[in-house]
Design a protein around this ligand. Structure first.
Ligand code: 13P
Length: 251
C-alpha cells in the first residue's frame, strides 16, 4: 500500500507573518493524522521559519525548486544541499509554471532530480500536458517525453525515492479539475512507464500525486482512484480550512 502524500505548494504567495501562522495552524491541526504524509512547500525565504515551526510535527517541508550545482557562482540560485541543511525533506521540480513560464527543460529537471536525490531530498517531479496537447490527443506522448527526460539515468533504487505529480496544465488554478477517470488514466500510463523502465516492484512503490484545482469538495473522489497517491495542492493549501479538508479526505 502506498501512503498518500498531500503537499501544499504555496507558490509565490504569503508573507512572513501569514506563512508562520499557517505553519502553526498546520502543526496543531495535523496532530491526529497518522495514515498519510503531509508537506508544505513555502517560498524559499520562508523555509527557515516554517521548518523551525514544523520540526517534530506531522508536516514535512519542501522547497519549490532548487539548483543542480553544489555551490559556486550561480547568482540567485539555491542548492539542494542548502535546502536539506535547513531541514527540508522535499523539493518540487519541473512544475509547469517553471517549465512554461521560466522555460525550464526536462534536461534541467533531470539534473535537479539527480542533485536532490544525492542530498537525500525527495524530489516531487511534475509532468503534465497543455490544453492544446490534450485536445490534439498527444497527452501520452507529452507525458512520456517529460518522464523520459526528467528521470533519465536514475537507478531503480533512486526511482523508488521519487514522487511524481501529474498536473494537467489546463487544470492548474482554473477551477477546472480533471475528472477522476481522466486522472486515473494518465496515472496508469505513468505507472506503466515506470514498469517498462524499472519493473513492477519499483512501479508499485512510486507515489503519483494529482495536482490541479484540488479542493476539499473533490478530493475524496480523486484520491479514491487506485493509482492516485495524493495531491499537490496550490490555491486550496493557502488557508488552513480548505487544506485540512483535503488532508482529512485523504486520511
Ligand atoms: P491549484 O491547486 O491552485 O490548481 O494549483 C495546482 C498546482 O499547480 C500545485 O502545484
Amino acid at each position: 500500500m502506498r501512503r498518500l502524500l498531500i503537499a501544499g505548494n504555496w507558490k509565490m504567495n504569503m508573507n512572513l507573518s501569514s506563512a508562520k501562522s499557517l505553519a502553526e495552524e498546520l502543526k496543531k491541526e495535523t496532530q491526529g493524522i497518522t495514515t498519510i504524509d503531509v508537506a508544505a512547500c513555502p517560498p524559499f525565504v520562508y523555509l527557515t521559519a516554517v521548518t523551525e515551526i514544523l520540526a517534530g510535527s506531522k508536516v514535512g517541508v519542501g522547497a519549490q525548486n532548487g539548483y543542480f550545482e553544489k555551490e559556486g557562482a550561480f547568482t540567485g540560485e539555491v542548492s539542494m544541499g542548502m535546502i536539506r541543511e535547513i531541514g527540508c525533506q522535499y523539493v518540487i521540480l519541473g512544475h509547469s509554471e517553471r517549465r512554461h513560464v521560466l522555460h525550464e527543460s526536462s534536461e534541467e529537471v533531470n539534473l535537479k532530480t539527480h542533485a536532490a536525490l544525492a542530498q537525500g531530498l525527495t524530489p516531487i517531479v511534475c509532468v503534465g500536458e497543455l490544453l492544446a496537447e490534450r485536445e490534439a490527443g498527444v497527452t501520452d506522448a507529452v507525458i512520456r517525453r517529460q518522464f523520459d527526460g526528467s528521470f533519465s539515468g536514475l537507478t531503480a533504487e533512486q526511482m523508488k525515492k521519487t514522487v511524481i505529480a501529474y498536473e494537467p496544465v489546463w487544470a492548474i488554478g482554473t477551477g477546472k479539475v480533471a475528472t477522476p477517470e481522466q486522472a486515473e488514466e494518465v496515472h496508469v500510463g505513468i505507472r506503466n512507464l515506470i514498469t517498462e523502465r524499472y519493473g513492477k516492484e519499483v512501479a508499485d512503490i512510486v507515489r503519483i500525486q494529482y495536482g490541479g484545482s484540488v479542493k476539499a469538495e473533490n478530493a475524496k473522489e480523486i484520491l479514491g482512484k487506485p493509482n492516485v497517491d495524493g495531491a499537490l495542492v496550490g490555491g486550496a493549501s493557502l488557508k488552513i480550512a480548505p487544506f485540512m479538508g483535503i488532508i482529512q479526505a485523504a486520511d
